[in-house]
Design a protein. Structure first.
Length: 254
């Protein structure tokens, strides 16, 4: 837990939100750094023990489901630009079944969180941090890269957990970009990611087939994307160029 707190690069003056605090072992390690810590826990049966452990150390405890919390009300407005101070840092050991949708939702909807360090299942972490050419590269990798810079920060063996799971874990660090890679004024994120999901839904097919009915021949020319390419060959900028061309009037994209 202290290793995670150290890798999170938090200290006095930082505001940290932890999801899935459990019985507070990571919470205490984060409090030791001098950061202000808010611990979120969904299990009401754990709350009395959690509060008893972490509130004397200075942490605050919030009962709620991280997937449905009103994060804007809880964390307040985001900083003027990521990294400009007073943003929140998420540090969490995330349950395997919610890690991917939760990270994606927080990137999409909670700009007050400017950095993350999450402990997740190895395969999940590799997908979150994957780049073009990596085996785990997929639609969620494109979404992460759109919003943030991500990298694997360490491996955690199953033996440190009780009970011991059947999978290994990794730490993934994410730092929100000052601006998304693709200008939202050119193409809305929802439209961009709908196209990305469609491409990766049939990732073994060439894009001209996987995106048939969504992308016309002239759109590929406009974006400088080969129609023979497959989804896994396009980085987020290429996906953005293709989505931007799809949104243009057809007489301008030919």
């Amino acid at each position: 837990m202290r290793r995670i707190a150290r890798l999170a690069r938090v200290g006095p003056g930082d505001r940290v939100v932890e999801i899935g605090a459990g019985l507070g072992s990571l919470t205490l390690a984060l409090c030791e750094t001098g950061a202000a810590v808010m611990a979120v826990e969904i299990d009401r049966h754990l709350l009395p023990a959690l509060r008893e452990v972490v509130e004397p150390a200075g942490a605050s405890v919030v009962h709620g489901d991280a997937l449905t919390l009103d994060w804007a009300a809880l964390l307040g407005p985001p900083p003027a630009t990521p990294g400009a101070g007073r943003g929140w840092i998420l540090v969490a050991n995330l349950p395997y079944n919610v890690a991917t949708p939760l990270v994606a939702d927080l990137l999409d909807q909670v700009p007050a969180i400017v950095r993350m360090l999450v402990l997740v299942q190895r395969e999940v972490g590799e997908r979150l941090a994957a780049k073009v050419g990596d085996p785990g590269y997929g639609a969620v990798s494109v979404k992460v890269d759109y919003w943030a810079r991500a990298q694997l920060s360490g491996r955690v063996p199953a033996s440190v957990f009780v009970p011991e799971p059947a999978v290994a874990s990794v730490l993934v660090a994410l730092e929100r970009r000052p601006e998304p890679v693709v200008d939202p004024a050119q193409v809305a994120p929802d439209e961009l990611f709908a196209l990305v999901r469609a491409g990766f839904a049939q990732r073994r097919k060439m894009l001209r087939r996987a995106l048939s009915g969504l992308v016309e021949a002239g759109d590929f020319v406009c974006a400088g994307v080969r129609p023979e390419a497959r989804a896994e060959e396009l980085d987020v900028a290429a996906w953005g160029a293709l989505a931007t061309c799809v949104q243009r009037p057809r007489d301008q994209s030919a």
